[in-house]
Design a binder for this molecule. Structure first.
Ligand SMILES: [Ca+2]
Ligand SMILES: [Ca+2]
Ligand SMILES: [Ca+2]
Ligand SMILES: [Ca+2]
Length: 270
């Protein structure tokens, strides 16, 4: 969060001001409260640990004034979602819709997986089940995040995602601190893109104890790559997140997810 002050009093006023963006109460009605993104046609895809959220340059009118920048986490600890974004029907449609998109992870780390290259190349995250949808299910019914095929148009059949046939068992993504410099992620997110009936999202602390669940139903009962039902679920927990689980109540239709993201926010940036 950038704060701008004029004159020498800046040093007196430059206390950190946090603007809280509330997490979800799980009722599915808080879409767009967090992570509102632009309507750009291309998604930003931070496929590495580089900080993609550098403070913007000062504009013409303020360039002579001191700029005091803080990078404090505007999110609160807890579960987030289901949240939408910049899609044609208000859905999560690109990385900029992530509540984590504007965070500066500094000397921590942030990894993002959109599954498009059919390679899980980033460290520290492992699925319990499933495979790339094109491998596990075939090329027919891919349901990726909308922008991953290069166009925000309400359809994502040409994108790639992660699919598991048994949606009631769901998919657990576990995080391995040994592969992450000994630091479990403090922020984890995933986007549900397809399935049927209720979705349950659950997160677990470093001891494997549940941090809570969100249950919501935003499915559209169609499996032809429509993106209007795509929603972000996430969790912020500074003591470390060991796993997340996402599942659906309808067993037969499988479950599909995309845009897995995990990061560690250093203490000084919280
Ligand atoms: Ca994708
Ligand atoms: Ca990849
Ligand atoms: Ca698309
Ligand atoms: Ca969808």
């Amino acid at each position: 969060m950038l704060l701008k002050y004029r004159g020498i009093t800046a040093y007196l006023l430059a206390s950190v001001i946090l603007v809280g963006c509330s997490g979800s109460d799980g009722d599915g009605n808080n879409e767009n409260e967090v992570g509102t993104g632009s309507n750009q046609q291309e998604s930003s895809s931070p496929e590495n640990t580089e900080n993609t959220n550098m403070p913007p340059a000062a504009d013409d009118e303020s360039e002579q004034n001191p700029v005091v920048a803080t990078s404090s986490d505007p999110l609160q600890e807890g579960l987030i979602g289901p949240s939408g974004g910049s899609g044609n029907a208000g859905e999560y449609a690109q990385f900029n819709d992530s509540p984590f998109a504007n965070l500066n992870f500094g000397d921590g780390y942030f990894y993002f997986e959109d599954f498009e290259d059919k390679v899980l190349e980033h460290p520290g995250a492992e699925p319990s089940d499933g495979d790339f949808v094109s491998i596990e299910f075939g090329e027919t019914f891919n349901d990726s995040v909308d922008a991953d095929d290069g166009l925000i148009d309400g359809n994502s059949l040409d994108g790639e995602s992660w699919f598991h046939a048994v949606s009631t068992t769901g998919i657990v993504w576990s995080f391995n601190a040994d592969e992450l410099d000994g630091r479990l992620p403090t922020h984890v997110g995933i986007v549900w893109t397809d399935g049927r009936l209720e979705t349950t999202f659950e997160a677990f602390d470093s001891s494997g104890l549940s941090l809570g669940t969100i249950v919501a139903d935003h499915t559209n009962a169609s499996f032809n790559g429509e993106t209007d039902d795509d929603r972000f679920y996430g969790v912020v927990h500074y003591a470390g997140i060991s796993a997340i689980k996402i599942s659906n109540t309808n067993r037969l239709n499988g479950i599909e997810v995309d845009h897995l993201q995990w990061g560690y926010l250093p203490i000084e940036l919280r």
